[in-house]
Design a protein around this ligand. Structure first.
Ligand SMILES: *Cc1c(COP(=O)(O)O)cnc(C)c1O
Length: 359
């Protein structure tokens, strides 16, 4: 078997969910499991949190159906609502908590004949300008939805654009805009993603929506997951499959973009961009070889990447390599590659076997 595996520590995810709840005592939390639980495997994550989570949040009806099959009772929040009116009967059948993020969705719901009423989350566009109704539209929709037979709970939600940048002025504007609507008699309110959950108690409301923190990565550029008390859930591990000496002036890899400046030792690792490792990761991106730091050297190829082992003369073929995980934070690799942990975790491809630890 090819030596590359994503080991998922389900106990870490439970630990991180509990930490989220401890940050906001008395509040409930939707564990955000969209995008295959940020690449960790939605079935395994939902079963690990089965008796723990107050609810789950997903991005599509397909994802919701997968969670419902694992969990008969949990509240499941459909974060973008239904993409077409034809999805509404299925949303009702699955008993989802439905986001209404635009006037078209509100009209479709009010025109639908549904087998049962749904909990509705009216989404306010508080300043991100991606989804949601304006404050005026929320006020206009409120009485119609309140009176509608299709609606059980009528709830308010919104989403922050910059909660990951501490002290960003837009966050204050968004919070104010949300609070301004609370004279309306909503049943439940939800505003906080991981960043707001960790840093902005005034945004906690009734329901939290932690995503990235559950997987042990930090939403902040300037605060590590370890500093936040989070435990990394995924370790992406490969092996050294070849080692060679390269003379000064010789190049390594496609495009001959890395050239040895000294007599060098180059290791080849069983992980490439077809596994989800970012092709644009530059020379110098950290890689852990036999527990020691080495630097990416040369372009990442489809199935392999190469590292400079010149300062690690004792390393050899067969040594374990951690691309990120328990000993090398995914956020650090992401920063080196000019992206965020979210992207690296969600992009680990299906060909990488997941191995689960339940702790
Ligand atoms: C994905 C998502 C979240 C979770 O965000 P994190 O930054 O991963 O905690 C919360 N709310 C909405 C609306 C989302 O789309």
């Amino acid at each position: 078997m090819r030596p590359l595996v994503a080991t998922i520590d389900l106990a870490a995810i439970v630990h991180n969910y509990r930490l989220a709840k401890r940050c906001a005592p008395g509040r409930q939390a939707f564990a955000v499991v969209k995008a295959n639980a940020y690449g960790h495997g939605v079935r395994e994550v939902v079963s690990a949190l089965h008796d723990e989570a107050d609810g789950f949040a997903v991005a599509s009806l397909e994802e919701a159906a997968e969670v419902r099959a694992m969990h008969g009772e949990a509240r499941i929040l459909l974060l973008e609502g239904c993409f077409a009116a034809a999805e509404l009967p299925m949303a009702a059948h699955l008993g989802l908590d439905l986001v209404i993020q635009g006037a078209e969705q509100a009209e479709a719901l009010l025109a639908a004949e549904l087998p049962r009423a749904l909990n509705v989350w009216l989404k306010l566009d508080s300043g991100m300008h991606r989804l949601g109704l304006s404050a005026d539209e929320v006020r206009r929709q409120f009485p119609c939805l309140r009176a509608a037979a299709q609606v059980a709970e009528l709830n308010l939600m919104s989403h922050f654009a910059c909660a990951d940048e501490r002290g960003h002025s837009l966050t204050e504007v968004q919070l104010e805009s949300f609070l301004d609507l609370l004279d309306l008699d909503f049943d439940q309110r939800s505003l906080a993603n991981s960043a707001a959950l960790l840093m902005i108690p005034a945004a906690h409301m009734d329901w939290l929506r932690p995503g990235i923190m559950l997987y042990g990565a930090s939403p902040f550029a300037d605060l590590s997951a370890a500093e936040l008390g989070l435990r990394p859930a995924m370790s992406l591990s490969g092996e050294l499959i070849a080692v060679r000496e390269v003379a000064p002036g010789e190049s390594v890899g496609y495009g001959a973009s890395w050239v040895a400046e000294r007599p060098s030792r180059i290791g080849t690792v069983s992980c490439g961009y077809a596994d989800g490792y970012p092709r644009h990761a530059p020379n110098g991106t950290p890689v852990l070889v036999a527990g020691q730091r080495a630097a990416l050297a040369g372009r990442v190829s489809m199935d392999m990447l190469t590292v400079d082992l010149s300062d690690l003369p004792e390393t050899a073929v067969g040594d374990a390599v951690e691309l990120w995980g328990a000993n090398l934070p995914v956020d650090e690799v992401a920063r080196a590659a000019g992206t965020i942990g979210y992207e690296l975790l969600t992009k680990v491809t299906a060909r990488v076997p997941r191995r689960y630890l339940s702790g």
